[in-house]
Design a protein around this ligand. Sequence first.
Ligand SMILES: Nc1ncnc2c1ncn2[C@@H]1O[C@H](COP(=O)(O)OP(=O)(O)O)[C@@H](O)[C@H]1O
Ligand SMILES: [Mg+2]
Length: 256
Amino acid sequence: MALLRVEDLSIRFGGLAALADVGFEVAEGEILGLIGPNGAGKSTVFNVLTGLYRPDSGRVTFAGESLLDLAPHAIARRGVARTFQNTEVFRPLSVLDNVLVGLHSRLSGGVFGAAVWSPRVAREERAARERALALLERLGLGDVATMEAGGLPLGRQKRLEMARALAAEPRCVLLDEPAGGLNPTETRALMDLIVRLRDELRLTLIVVEHDMDLVMGISDRVVVLHYGRKIAEGKPREVATDPAVIEAYLGSAEDA
Ligand SMILES: Nc1ncnc2c1ncn2[C@@H]1O[C@H](COP(=O)(O)OP(=O)(O)O)[C@@H](O)[C@H]1O
Ligand SMILES: [Mg+2]
């Protein structure tokens, strides 16, 4: 059964149809690649799924419940987390504190409750730090936990953003161009990490990515958008040889 179901999603910005009748499903435990040339509508899909954009029409169902009338924090609480195309770590904070920000939404007192000291809050804070450190270890950031996040190289900032998304213990994670700016070695390591996270944390993922080797290498299925429309869907091998997909990418290369 599908964990996430998107149906007939449409959204316009002025005269531009950023998404037109887009639909797809993601099964629990699946890695879905979401690809398409620049401006195809990939980030817009994520913005709709996480409540930042309200579509003009369509339906989004997660674990049987509609997400469309929920605020972003409510969607996060239901288990959908994301990273952003432009890395958004809190630069002056330490690496560890960046993850703790992600964890605090889950603590019983929340951010405000935690401001009032009590033995219970202190216990929760300690447990949160331990969980955050374990997560940083898992993502290969254990050695830089006390460093200022803004001082990390881009590849590690992107991993930190993933750690922050995972801190909320999501069921489904949306990664927007996780390999952007990475070299081939870093990209290969990131691929292995994403698959390992899926297996170990039983995650469901949607990965938007320009690096075809990465996205074709890790995705169970791929959905292709072009000018806001879904033009193909299938196994990586089927999609990579689909004439409509090849044409979309060649056409956009000529435009550039
Ligand atoms: N908030 C917005 N206001 C106006 N246009 C937008 C907005 N968000 C996205 N768009 C437009 O929608 C189209 C799809 O954008 P986007 O989803 O960011 O593409 P992708 O992530 O596939 O490169 C683009 O033409 C973009 O300029
Ligand atoms: Mg984008």
